[in-house]
Design a protein around this ligand. Sequence first.
Ligand code: NI
Length: 438
Amino acid sequence: MAKHLSLLLCLYISISAIGQINPKLQSKIELQVKTIEPKIVEWRRYFHEHPELSNQEYKTGKFIADYLKSIGLEVQYPVAKTGVVALLKGSKPGAVIALRADIDGLPITERNSLPFASKERSVLRGQETGVMHACGHDAHISMLMAVAQILASNKADLKGTVKFIFQPAEEGAYGEVAGAELMVKEGVLENPKVEVIFGLHIQSLTPLGKIEYRAGGMMAAVDAFDIKVTGVGAHGATPWDGVDPIVVASQIVSGLQTIVSRQTELTKAGVVITVGSFHSGIRRNIIPEEAMLEGTIRTFDPEMQQKIHDKIRLTATKIAESAGAKAEVIINKGYPVTYNDPTITKTMVASLERAAGVENVSITQPVTMAEDFSFFQQKVPGLFFFLGAYPAQMNLQKQPTHHTADFMIDEGAFVTGTQGLLNLTLDYMFQNTSSSKK
Ligand code: NI
């Protein structure tokens, strides 16, 4: 990341001029955001009622593509299975700015009694399930459609190109390269080459109207590990005849926790190691031959991430060896760190403050959840922020978080979110000087 950083610093050192956005255009756009609000709500309710699972967003993708075509954008569809990419070219040359919204729903049966609650059902891995926009991606789509509409209507005043990325499968799809990773592989950031990318995530537990961001690692990298412990089976009455994989795997679970508590510099960045699944044995008086552990790793620093992987391998194999068992460790890298480029973040915070009010913009603690926006940020510098949408009618005791059947957001957040994306785009467009270098 350090190498990455210095490269970015060189690239962006040239950004110094204060935004040249015409105040008349700014106030016109602010008015347009207020005018389009009912439409954003209407779209969001449509998407909420018709959610689709990751990589199955056929109706969603088509709806977005048709709309973007209708407002005169150059639309590519489908991209990376069900995604949509659209270009808006301004009247003058300038930077290529990408804006991204994720579009998938989740395999959850909605419990809310909203008039537009989802009744959709689908099948996932052979199991029937309800489908629900339980992470707010319905809101992300709708706000980005509004941004596209407003920018398209001001095309003559714009410079450079805005690339709208409606990305499928942020939540991942079993056994498939999905979402942002596939989009990057399919060249979404090329042709024309994207210079900077912006995105947001609505947050149901963050107060309405607030915006939160963080320079550097904002959301964790997530990696999965599987540990297979092989012992020697025996009668439960005579453990000395075998090697008990349950006891060995239990020691490994404890050993993994000491990696975090005793061997990691936690003041540098947070680390989480969770064993979420432990399977072994079939009846009480049989010592089985195998135990399986499955877990998740969350890190914010690529160097620490590599060290944690090494330590997990070492801890598991050596504990097993000391007991005469064998441990095989498989670690699969998931989403990288959602890393906000420090220079871009510093330069662009004022744009968010103008959208939400200075008093409503703050720095968030690092979040141990992951987000595949990070795949875009690995290739181009970007800024990702949280949009507070804590619903007034929500019962705090129940705390319906993201990914639950009671998940809810306050639609009052849409104006702030839409304005935030517009300010970032326009401020970058008019203060960016690097396009002249090209
Ligand atoms: Ni989400």
